[in-house]
Design a binder for this molecule. Structure first.
Ligand SMILES: Cc1cc2nc3c(=O)[nH]c(=O)nc-3n(C[C@H](O)[C@H](O)[C@H](O)COP(=O)(O)O)c2cc1C
Length: 366
C-alpha cells in the first residue's frame, strides 16, 4: 500500500525499499584518535535492511568532540575507516548518510587541551553531563563546565570545517550527510535564545540566530550539493538546557530557510531518550506546507503511529532508534510482526562487540 512503512520511496537518486530509517545513535566505540572501530562496518552492514541509515554523530574537526570514544571525519585515517563502513553497507544493498556534529558547550576541557569548550555564549547548561572514559578505563558521566564565547574567526573556521567534513563524507562513499542541528549541540545552541545571548550578527533576532545554521548549510551544499544535504532539528526538547521564548516561530523560520536553501531532508527528533514530546499536528501541517523535500520523524515510533502519519501524508520516512540496537533486522521484524529483542543498557556506550555486533537477526536467533 502506498504510504505504508513497507513501500518504496525515492530519495533524490536513492531508491529506498522501505520508509524505515535507522536513527543516528552514538555508540562510543571509536579510538582516542576518533577513528571508528573496526567493528563499525559489520554493525552498520547488519542494519542495511533499513531504507536509510543515519550514522552516529561524527566530529567535523578537532575540538568538536563532547564525549569519549566518538568518531570524527577530519583526518585521512578517520575518512578511510568510514570508507570501509559505507562499502560494507553498500555491498549489503543499503544506503547510509553521515551525521555531522560539533557539540559546542556540551563538552569538557578534557577534549580541549584543558580550555573551556566553545559556544555561542558563555552559559553553562544546567544539569548537563557528558560521558567520558576515566584514567581507569571506566566510562561515566562528568558535569559540563561554563563554556567560552566563540569569536567571529572561530565561527568562520567552524563553518569551513563542516564543509570539509561533508566533502570527506562524500569521498568516503556516504550517500549524503545530516547536519546535527538538534539535541542541544552547537548549531541548536546558536538557534535558541536560551543559549544564544550574543549581541553581534549571530545573536538577537531570529534571523541572526539562524545565521550560523544558514552559513553551515550554504558551505555544505556548495561542497557536496543540496540534494545530498539534510538537517536534524528537535523543536520541543528541553534537555541540555535548551529553551526558547517561541519555539514554533523559531522553527517555522528554520524550516522556511532550509526550504529556500534547497536542502533535501528535514529530520525531526521528537524525543531524545525520554525528553521531548511529539510535534503538535498543526506544526506538522504548517511545516509540511513550507518544505517540499523529504520529512523524517523520530521518537518512540511504532508501526501504527508511523503508518498513521505516512497515510496522512505528513511525513515521508520514520526513524527508529533504540529498536535497531538489539534488532539488526528491524524492518523484517516489523513487517512480519515478529517479537522485538530488548537491548542491554550496560553496553550502549563503550566496549566492543558485546551489545554492538552480537545481536542476532530473528532467523538466526535459534
Ligand atoms: C544510544 C543512543 C544514542 C543516540 N545518539 C544520537 C546521535 O548521535 N545523534 C542524534 O541525533 N540522536 C541520537 N540519539 C537519539 C535517536 O536518534 C532518537 O532520536 C531517539 O532514540 C528516539 O528514537 P527511539 O525512541 O526510536 O529510540 C541517540 C539515542 C540513543 C538511544
Amino acid at each position: 500500500m502506498s504510504g505504508s512503512l513497507f513501500s518504496p520511496y525515492r530519495l533524490g537518486g536513492l531508491e529506498l525499499p522501505n520508509r524505515i530509517v535507522m536513527a543516528p545513535m552514538t555508540r562510543a566505540r571509536s579510538g582516542e584518535d576518533e577513528v571508528p572501530s573496526d567493528l563499525a562496518p559489520a554493525y552498520y552492514a547488519q542494519r542495511a535492511g533499513a531504507g536509510l541509515i543515519v550514522t552516529e554523530a561524527i566530529q567535523i574537526g578537532p575540538g568538536a568532540k563532547g564525549y569519549s570514544r566518538t568518531p570524527g571525519i577530519h583526518t585521512p585515517a578517520q575518512t578511510a575507516a568510514w570508507s570501509a563502513v559505507t562499502d560494507a553497507v553498500h555491498r549489503r544493498g543499503g544506503r547510509i548518510v553521515a551525521q555531522l556534529w560539533h557539540t559546542g558547550r556540551v563538552s569538557h576541557p578534557m577534549f580541549h587541551g584543558g580550555d573551556r569548550p566553545p559556544a555561542p555564549s558563555a552559559i553553562l547548561p544546567a544539569d548537563t553531563a557528558i560521558w567520558a572514559v576515566g584514567p581507569d578505563g571506566a566510562g561515566g558521566m562528568v558535569p559540563c563546565v561554563e563554556p567560552r564565547e566563540m569569536d567571529r574567526a572561530e565561527i568562520a573556521a567552524t563553518v569551513a570545517r563542516f564543509a570539509a567534513a561533508a566533502a570527506n563524507a562524500v569521498a568516503a562513499g556516504f550517500d549524503g550527510v545530516e547536519l546535527h542541528a538538534a539535541n542541544g549541540y552547537l548549531i541548536e545552541q546558536f538557534l535558541r535564545d536560551g543559549s544564544n545571548r550574543r549581541t553581534d550578527a549571530y545573536g538577537g533576532s531570529v534571523d541572526n540566530r539562524l545565521r550560523f545554521l544558514t552559513e553551515v548549510v550554504e558551505a555544505v551544499t556548495a561542497a557536496i550539493g543540496a540534494e545530498r544535504t539534510g538537517v536534524r532539528l528537535s523543536p520541543l526538547i528541553t534537555l541540555k538546557g535548551m529553551s526558547d521564548s517561541d519555539p514554533y516561530g523559531l522553527f517555522t523560520r528554520v524550516v522556511e530557510r532550509l526550504q529556500a536553501l534547497g536542502v533535501a531532508r528535514l529530520h525531526f527528533a521528537e524525543d531524545d531518550w525520554d525528553n521531548g514530546t511529539p510535534l503538535p499536528a498543526e506544526w506538522r501541517k504548517a511545516w509540511r506546507e513550507r518544505f517540499s523535500g523529504t520529512i523524517i520523524v523520530a521518537g518512540r515510533y511504532t508501526v501504527d503511529r508511523a503508518t498513521a502519519l505516512l497515510e496522512a501524508g505528513l511525513v515521508d520516512l520514520v526513524a527508529f532508534g533504540r529498536p535497531f540496537i538489539a534488532n539488526p533486522d528491524l524492518p523484517e521484524r516489523l513487517r512480519h510482526g515478529l517479537p522485538l529483542a530488548e537491548f542491554r543498557a550496560d553496553s550502549l556506550f563503550g566496549g566492543g562487540a558485546a551489545g554492538y555486533t552480537d545481536y542476532p537477526a530473528a532467523g538466526s536467533a535459534a
